[in-house]
Design a protein around this ligand. Structure first.
Ligand code: S3P
Length: 419
């Protein structure tokens, strides 16, 4: 069943939560743990649909995985061909990372499939360089059928900054015959590099450049930090609802993920580093309203998933905010430029789409409205937050997709919002 949420105008955000675990890092821990030479332990993995899909695909390729207290104990076995199609569901990260792993395991054969949205997303950006490495892959959109081969290390320049593609090539490079180099037009999230480096794999990187040596992967223990992209919804709500007080414990603050902090004012406490990933407790108390902003160039990948909720923020700021260089948004789980402009226009915002972004004139009061997420989790959650800021009740339809990345979202909504 596809359900709906009725959202009332809120007074403020008040309370504390543990951030839901990071989706990107959970994906990488699952994949790298299943390719390692010995067992791994993942403490607090994200139990969301995307990561469950990744885990099921890996189980179908032979991975042993058992629940153990707050975590998952992985017992890797050599990857084996899967006679069932591996269903990545809605997850682009699962499909692209798995492509790199399967393509580089000689003799392993599998077909990657996905839901309607994932089946339309561009995969050539990953199949093409993998083919240059010698991979045998049929298809440039899902379904992708792969037959693993001994690959060659290559030097590859990505056309768009993409952590998924970079990671797929680095994973493939671990089993190539020589060094693999990946260059990006600007820095995308670097979770794969940090995890590999902290478990002793031969990887070097600088901004926009990464090089990996082939070699074995040791098992590891990892504590998954909180997901900045999930916390972003509460950060924006607390920034806009005056008198708010919010604490998010255990939040990942990796600079390649937390570009939103250049726009909003927060305090970070108890900062620490775990397996190369910085984290801390984020505190917002009586925040000042931010100034309108321009998001462009190198900043875009550092907050790519937060752009819909940043657009909600921009509608409430005095002046013009601009999003440029963000055409990648058009090939996410939905066309997020079109989806964001549609729902904010419905609510009375002054927002215009451009080819690669949006122009927003604020502030405009938001009207309550009946909204539809189109099955995109981040659009659904952005619509809920916009509903909290509106003057009348709203209804957000098709909210089951929120479980893709943030199964506890409604629980946290009930906990944090005061009416
Ligand atoms: C992700 C990288 C980003 C992001 C996606 C998750 C990852 O995509 O939008 O939600 O886990 O590597 P791109 O790598 O395509 O930019």
């Amino acid at each position: 069943m596809v359900s709906s949420l009725r959202i009332r105008p809120a007074k403020r955000i008040a309370g504390e939560i543990h951030a839901p675990s990071d989706k990107s890092i959970t994906h990488r821990a699952l994949l790298l743990g299943s390719l390692a030479e010995s067992g791994s332990f993942i403490r607090n993995p994200l139990w969301a649909e995307d990561c469950r899909a990744m885990l099921q695909c890996l189980r179908n390729l032979g991975l042993g995985a058992e629940l153990d207290g707050p975590g998952l104990r992985l017992s890797p076995r050599p990857l084996q061909s899967s006679d069932v199609s591996l269903d990545c569901g809605n997850s682009g990260t699962a499909m692209r990372l798995l492509a790199g792993a399967i393509a580089s395991h000689r003799g392993v054969q599998a077909t990657l499939i996905g839901d309607e949205s994932l089946s339309q997303r561009p995969m050539r950006r990953v199949t093409e360089p993998l083919r240059q490495m010698g991979a045998e892959i049929a298809g440039d959109t899902a379904p992708l059928t792969l037959i693993g081969r001994q690959l060659r290390g290559i030097e590859h320049d990505l056309e768009v900054a993409s952590a998924q593609v970079k990671s797929a090539l680095l994973v493939a490079g671990l089993r190539a015959d020589r060094t693999t180099v990946v260059r990006e037009p600007c820095q995308s999230r670097d979770h794969t590099e940090r995890l590999l480096r902290s478990i002793g794999v031969g990887i070097r990187s600088a901004e926009g450049w990464t090089e990996v040596e082939p070699g074995p992967l040791p098992g590891f223990e990892i504590d998954i930090p909180g997901d900045f992209s999930s916390a972003a919804f509460w950060i924006v709500a607390a920034t806009l609802l005056s008198g708010s007080e919010l604490i998010v414990h255990g939040l990942g603050t990796n600079p390649t993920r937390s570009g939103l902090l250049r726009v909003v004012n927060v305090v970070l406490e108890s900062e620490r580093v775990a397996l190369g990933e910085p984290m801390g407790d984020l505190v917002i108390q009586q925040p000042a309203k931010p100034k309108p902003f321009t998001i462009e160039g190198e900043l875009v990948p550092l907050l790519i998933d937060e752009i819909p909720i940043l657009a909600v923020l921009a509608t409430q700021l005095q002046g013009t905010s601009l999003f440029k260089d963000a055409s990648e948004l058009r090939v996410k789980e939905s066309d997020r430029i079109a989806a964001t402009v549609t729902f904010l226009t419905q609510m009375g915002a002054c927002i215009t789409a451009t080819d690669d972004g949006m122009i927003i004139e604020g502030p405009t009061p938001l009207r309550g409205a009946v909204l539809n997420s189109g099955g995109d989790h981040r659009i659904a959650m952005s619509q809920v937050i916009a509903g909290l800021l509106a003057q009348r009740d709203s209804v957000v339809n098709d909210v089951d997709c929120i479980a893709t990345s943030y199964p506890d979202f409604v629980k946290h909504l009930e906990k944090l919002v005061e009416y």
